[in-house]
Design a protein around this ligand. Structure first.
Ligand SMILES: CC(C)(COP(=O)(O)OP(=O)(O)OC[C@H]1O[C@@H](n2cnc3c(N)ncnc32)[C@H](O)[C@@H]1OP(=O)(O)O)[C@@H](O)C(=O)NCCC(=O)NCCS
Length: 92
């Protein structure tokens, strides 16, 4: 995102719309997102949306060469049930 637009919630709003489409229109059971551990802003977006990360899901990206500093990735998950529960809570 262009620096002038950081910190305004746009990324979270867009990601929330993508989750809504995936769960409510496409009928998916789970959505995942990933980034490198040091990308704290991306991780904050995922966490803001209620996605959760487990060290057991960490992985080496298959397109990144061995030994590269961006090889390791963290994976965040959100289930359809958790999404629907958060939507119900937001409406109450
Ligand atoms: C990833 C990226 C898009 C996240 O951008 P971001 O600005 O941190 O995220 P958002 O647009 O959701 O904004 C969140 C911030 O806006 C604030 N905000 C203001 N109004 C808001 C609103 N109405 N709703 C939500 N958040 C709001 C939040 O409090 C948060 O502030 P904080 O960063 O001080 O905690 C950005 O860091 C980026 O472009 N990075 C480079 C590319 C990259 O990393 N891509 C992803 C690879 S995996």
């Amino acid at each position: 995102m262009a620096p002038a637009y950081l910190g305004r919630g746009y990324a979270s709003e867009a990601a929330r719309a993508a989750l809504a489409f995936g769960f409510e229109r496409a009928g998916l059971d789970e959505l995942v997102a990933f980034t490198v551990p040091a990308n704290t802003r991306s991780r904050a977006v995922m966490q803001r949306l209620g996605m959760t990360q487990s060290p057991a899901d960490d992985f080496d990206h298959p397109l990144v060469p061995a030994g590269h500093p961006l090889l390791r990735h963290v994976l965040y998950r959100l289930s359809r049930g958790a999404w629907l529960a958060s939507m119900a809570q937001a409406r109450s």
